[in-house]
Design a protein around this ligand. Structure first.
Ligand SMILES: NC(=O)c1ccc[n+]([C@@H]2O[C@H](COP(=O)([O-])OP(=O)(O)OC[C@H]3O[C@@H](n4cnc5c(N)ncnc54)[C@H](OP(=O)(O)O)[C@@H]3O)[C@@H](O)[C@H]2O)c1
Length: 285
């Protein structure tokens, strides 16, 4: 039996493997499902088993899982292609007879009312239909969605968005990784859906004020319409579908859809979630 992490060469997956190792799971009991072995060399060096597979190629998934494995399916990053990709992973997990399939979905699960949620909803339904023991890790927003992209904000002195006064209960990627590791290593998580988000919901005004405080440079929140934001994003060279997706996320934030706080994340990780200010400080370093 192994604890298996898909997307293990991604940002979240790497952190989940780190959490498992830090929790004392022997490296030999951890398997990383990766599509590029070279990218995973660091994991292999530490004794983590590599299983090479691509969500888009069902035949490669045949050896990705073993009977009794506890599997974390990290949602893919190819928006629009994820339903068949995730279905292939679910089918392979079912064929292998895994003991648990945990899935990183989206805050709100079946009630999440934004376009980005559709593939997560379909994946949760497919997992339920499979009859596999499951845990849904419905992840809210990462702090890093904001703090990883500070260069244009610092350059223009403005956080530009069409989210209005909407609040965001984000947490650090490492917090969500710790929750996933807790589910893989703990007991009693079968059949549970966790609504994971940060302890504090902040507004973009507050975010701009925090950036001002930490940089010493005045940074404001410029609230624009969805149409204006779309123009700016297209002008910055983003492809139209991605610009539309980001505008849709801001609209959802404006409606309060990403402000939900349940305390599930702090309970799972056994500590408060990381403050946004810490993520800002880490990004500015
Ligand atoms: N909650 C949030 O705020 C938020 C923000 C962004 C994304 N997400 C979702 O959460 C997931 C994890 O976040 P992240 O930050 O770790 O994203 P990430 O760094 O882009 O990692 C995505 C992982 O999925 C793997 N992957 C993508 N397509 C695959 C395929 N066809 N077959 C096998 N593996 C595939 C990637 O493999 P490679 O390493 O080979 O590229 C990578 O390891 C994302 O994929 C996305 O679904 C959530």
């Amino acid at each position: 039996m192994s604890l298996v992490v898909t997307g293990a060469t991604g940002q979240l997956g790497r952190l989940v493997v780190e959490e498992l190792l830090a929790a004392g799971v022997p490296a030999g009991q951890i398997a990383a499902v990766v599509r590029d072995k070279d990218k995973a060399a660091g994991l292999a060096d530490r004794g983590v088993a590599l299983r090479v597979a691509d969500y888009s190629a069902p035949e490669t998934l045949r050896d990705a899982f073993r009977s009794g494995d506890k599997v974390l399916l990290i949602s893919g990053s190819e928006v629009g292609r994820r339903v068949p990709q995730h279905q292939a992973v679910i089918d392979a997990a079912k064929d292998a007879g895994v003991a648990l399939l945990a899935y990183t979905g989206i805050l709100g699960g079946p009630d999440a009312d934004l376009a980005l949620a559709d593939e997560h909803k379909a994946t949760e339904r497919a997992i339920l239909d499979s009859g596999l023991p499951y845990t849904f890790l419905r992840n809210g927003w990462y702090h890093e969605n904001y703090t990883a992209n500070l260069a244009p904000v610092l350059e223009h002195g403005a956080v530009l968005a069409n989210a209005g006064e909407g609040r965001i209960a984000s947490a650090s990627r490492a917090d969500y990784a710790a929750a996933a590791a807790a589910v893989l290593t703990g007991e009693g998580h079968e059949g549970k859906a966790y609504e994971l988000s940060g302890d504090v919901a902040w507004s973009l005004d507050e975010y701009a004020a925090e950036l001002t405080r930490q940089t010493g440079k005045e940074i404001v929140h410029r609230s624009v319409t969805p149409e204006e934001n779309r123009e700016v994003l297209l002008g910055a060279g983003l492809p139209a579908p991605f610009a539309d997706l980001l505008v849709g996320v801001d609209t959802a934030i404006g409606q309060g859809l990403l402000a939900r706080r349940t305390g599930d994340l702090a309970r799972l990780i056994g500590r408060p979630t990381t403050p946004l200010a810490d993520a800002v400080a880490a990004a500015l370093k």
